[in-house]
Ligand binder design. Structure first.
Ligand code: AMP
Ligand code: ZN
Ligand code: FE
Ligand code: FE
Length: 278
């Protein structure tokens, strides 16, 4: 029987709606043999779920998705895998970015207030969930709770999308800084969802960075749409990764395991992690 592994999902530590251990349960329900929790700018999901995943006999790989800027303008996401999840420099790197995200969220709230849609800091930040990374989906949920919009999509369209009036990019790591940090923590740096990068010149420039892998299989993209990225991975001898980008209720259109990789691609990545532990 072919085994499948979903290496891209978000927990309630960032903008997903399931806890790290709930993600393990959902992965088992979906028939997966392993997963990686790739929260935005926080690496703690692995530590929260490690013991439980072991008990449930499902493989869990340390993961993260770092929000970067390229040339101070383009938004680029970089996945990190198979790093030391207790690396203090990496934890500090994430903590600093979480603080930048708080500052950015407050700036977006100021813009919303100026536009006549006040939302308080408490409505966005004081939740029961152990959220460490505040993102636009949290603000979107507060806008819905206030009755200003009826869906997350509408909140992005009217207020929060990158071309909408209340968007703030915020300060971020550069692509090179993120790759260097992942490498220093012993991990593999992977270019996330190249399918979503619209500009050919940007793709060309990003492919020249010292990545170890590329996210070939992503969300609802078809086999033929992934072919280009598989060819690039083969020609560069990069690791092939893939996953659903599951976020739970805030992005109901994708389910865990919807996109996944087989053992042929997962095993070399997992072996990298096992070697790191020796
Ligand atoms: P942030 O990291 O704060 O910039 O927020 C980015 C996150 O917002 C993404 O990872 C998605 O989960 C979500 N997102 C981005 N664009 C949209 C959209 N148009 N509709 C719904 N969710 C979106
Ligand atoms: Zn997200
Ligand atoms: Fe992403
Ligand atoms: Fe993601």
């Amino acid at each position: 029987m072919t085994k499948f592994f979903d290496l891209h999902c978000h927990s309630s530590l960032s903008d997903g709606t399931s806890s790290p251990t709930e993600l393990v349960d959902l992965a088992i329900e979906a028939g997966l043999s392993g997963l990686s929790i790739t929260d935005h700018d926080v690496i703690d999901g692995f530590v929260y779920a490690e013991e439980y995943a072991k008990e449930q006999k499902i493989k869990l790989l340390p993961g993260v998705e770092i929000s970067c800027h390229y040339q101070n303008r383009e938004s680029v996401h970089i996945l990190g895998y198979a790093f030391n999840p207790k690396d203090l420099n990496f934890i500090e790197f994430c903590t600093l970015h979480q603080a930048r995200r708080v500052k950015r969220a407050k700036e977006m709230l100021q813009r919303l207030t100026a536009l006549g849609y006040p939302v308080t800091v408490e409505e966005v930040f004081l939740k029961d969930a152990p959220t460490k990374t505040i993102g636009r989906p949290h603000i979107a949920q507060a806008l819905i709770a206030r009755g200003y919009c009826s869906s997350i999509q509408e909140a992005f369209q009217k207020f929060l999308g990158s071309k909408a009036p209340c968007y703030v990019a915020g300060e971020r790591w550069s692509v090179q800084e993120a790759i260097d940090m992942i490498h220093k923590a012993g991990g593999l740096a992977v270019l996330a969802h190249p399918h979503l990068l619209r500009k050919e010149s940007l793709i060309r420039q990003l492919l020249a960075f010292p990545f170890d892998g590329i996210e070939v299989y992503y969300a609802r993209f078809s086999e033929s749409e992934c072919r280009r990225w598989l060819d690039i991975a083969n020609s560069k001898k990069w690791y092939v990764t893939g996953g659903s980008d599951f976020h739970g209720g805030v992005k109901p259109e994708s389910r865990l395991g919807q996109s996944a990789i087989s053992e042929e691609y997962f095993t070399p990545i997992y072996e990298h992690y096992l070697r790191l532990q020796k």
